[in-house]
Design a protein around this ligand. Structure first.
Ligand code: FUB
Length: 308
């Protein structure tokens, strides 16, 4: 069921849903989930797939945010950010991630640059997880001319994931075809040093960093159509050792983009597939959530997707 909550002026503010299955959100197409846990509440940030049949291309103009404190009752909040909120960007709300530092929320996003070639990474900031978010720099943080490995393709600077290590040093990882990473200054909106590379087998895109039991995990999309795989390391700076596949191709979606988190003592694997009948697919994707379990040696068990 769904309850629409209105504010004092009668405009729609929040929608509240009860959901117990996959895909989690079925009233809109949602892609590239990122997760944030804050004050015992879980937030999912996702791109809004808006391409309607018979068209088949990526059409994402805005990001959406949903939250829950029990993984059953969900609230969809007002649209927190649009690609065109970055005045230097042409559009295209591709994959992103939000992180909290010192009471501020930093949202790293992929967009199409307005004047430079290809995709770029921008950062927006807010005082709470629901926004309003505002461009934190007024310019791109990462542009095509900063990453020399694949300047020939316009989409190697996509899919940022952000990590703050135990010593307070923040890192940004991103990439397509090549995985890049760089340190961030304490202000979270400037790089602190050179762009470096991580070499991972069959890396396509969608890096995501998490930590468990003293191990760092770098999960990412491999091949195309994509499966998700992962590597482990004792340090955020590597060396990374490839450990295998996390899930298989997610149904009829060529992409398969994950976020991993612990929430209230359980680990979750959040990804997208194209499972909504009859129009779901690579350009009309849907966020799903399945449980993630570790083996005794800290490797991750293959994810059992609900659809399998
Ligand atoms: O949604 C657009 C792009 O598709 C993302 O940035 C990639 O990770 C892939 O899911």
């Amino acid at each position: 069921f769904c309850i629409i909550v209105c504010n004092l002026h009668g405009s729609v503010q929040d929608s509240i849903f009860q959901i117990t299955g996959n895909p989690v959100f079925t009233h809109k197409y949602t892609a590239d989930p990122a997760v944030l846990v804050h004050n015992d509440r879980l937030y999912i940030y996702a791109g809004h797939d808006e391409c309607l049949p018979p068209q088949n291309h990526y059409e994402l103009n805005e990001w959406l945010v949903f939250s829950s404190d029990d993984m059953v009752n969900w609230t969809e909040h007002a649209v927190p950010l649009r690609a065109k909120d970055f005045t230097w960007a042409k559009g295209e709300a591709w994959a992103s991630q939000v992180i909290e530092r010192d009471g501020k929320f930093y949202w790293y996003v992929t967009v199409e640059h307005g004047t430079k070639p290809g995709k770029s990474i921008g950062v927006a900031v807010a005082d709470n997880p629901l926004g309003p978010f505002k461009d934190a720099r007024g310019s791109a943080l990462i542009t095509n001319d900063m990453t020399t490995a694949y300047t020939s393709i316009g989409w190697d600077d996509i899919d940022p994931t952000v990590w703050i290590d135990d010593d307070g040093q923040a890192y940004l990882f991103w990439g397509n075809t090549q995985c890049y990473y760089a340190k961030l200054k304490e202000n979270m909106i400037e790089l602190d040093g050179p762009v470096m590379t991580v070499d991972l087998p069959n890396f396509t895109e969608a890096p995501w960093i998490h930590k468990y039991n003293g191990w760092y995990y770098l999960s990412y999309a491999q091949y195309f159509p994509e499966k998700l795989g992962y590597a482990m390391s004792r340090s955020i700076n590597g060396p990374w050792e490839y450990k295998g596949i996390l899930n298989e191709i997610a149904g009829n979606s060529n992409t398969n983009h994950q976020a991993i988190t612990e929430f209230k003592g359980q680990w979750y694997f959040i990804y997208h597939n194209g499972a909504i009948p009859t129009q779901g697919g690579s350009f009309r994707r849907s966020v799903c959530i399945d449980r993630l379990y570790y083996n005794e040696d800290n490797t991750i068990k293959r994810i059992q997707m609900t659809s399998e």
